[in-house]
Ligand binder design. Structure first.
Ligand SMILES: [Zn+2]
Length: 184
């Protein structure tokens, strides 16, 4: 296999602040799949892979995410991605402040972790949607009965109102009945 001397190729056109990275192709594909899923839901928060990469690096810069460079698979197939930093000179300066030999690794890992974070958020949204509503509490219904015994206090009543969770009077014997004193 050809040895890649440097994975970072700062382009000469510094005015536009474009940097081309050779990034894990599988990771790029994952990021693009995620973007596509957002766009099909009409969510255009992130407009491109380049933007996701910038947001990942920014999250790392701001200490929002933690990355582990040892987890990186250096020999994974690569894909060249050009990222524009023109709109964010701060981020570009941060990038150049990183150790030269770790820059691509940091870009890759930031993207990976940032994407995981976005996915977790996504999942949270989904869980909220499917969360079951609390079951309605059964209601006590008053029924006028010729006679009944209150299941709480044991008193006997004649021609009085009994309270029951029974949905209809026909089912009254399947449920406990309470006198008015025991439900107030
Ligand atoms: Zn009672």
């Amino acid at each position: 296999m050809r040895k890649v001397k440097s994975q970072i190729k700062p382009l000469k056109a510094t005015r536009t602040a474009k940097i081309t990275f050779a990034l894990n192709a599988n990771l790029c594909q994952q990021a693009e799949n995620w973007l596509n899923s957002q766009w099909t839901q009409h969510d255009y928060t992130y407009s491109s892979l380049s933007e996701l990469i910038r947001k990942g690096l920014q999250a790392y810069q701001e200490g929002e995410i933690e990355i582990n460079l040892t987890e990186r698979d250096k020999n994974a197939p690569k894909r060249e991605i050009t990222v524009r930093f023109g709109s964010n000179p701060d981020l570009l300066n941060f990038y150049y402040s990183l150790p030269y030999s770790q820059r691509t690794a940091i870009i890759e890992e930031s993207l990976q972790v940032y994407l995981e974070k976005l996915n977790a958020k996504e999942l949270e949204k989904y869980v909220k949607v499917i969360e079951p509503k609390p079951k309605p509490q059964p209601k006590l219904t008053p029924y006028y009965l010729l006679n009944f015994i209150c299941d709480k206090c044991g008193d006997e009543y004649e021609e009085d109102t009994a309270y029951s969770y029974a949905p209809s009077v026909k089912e009254i014997n399947k449920y406990y009945t309470y006198c008015w004193e025991c439900v107030k």
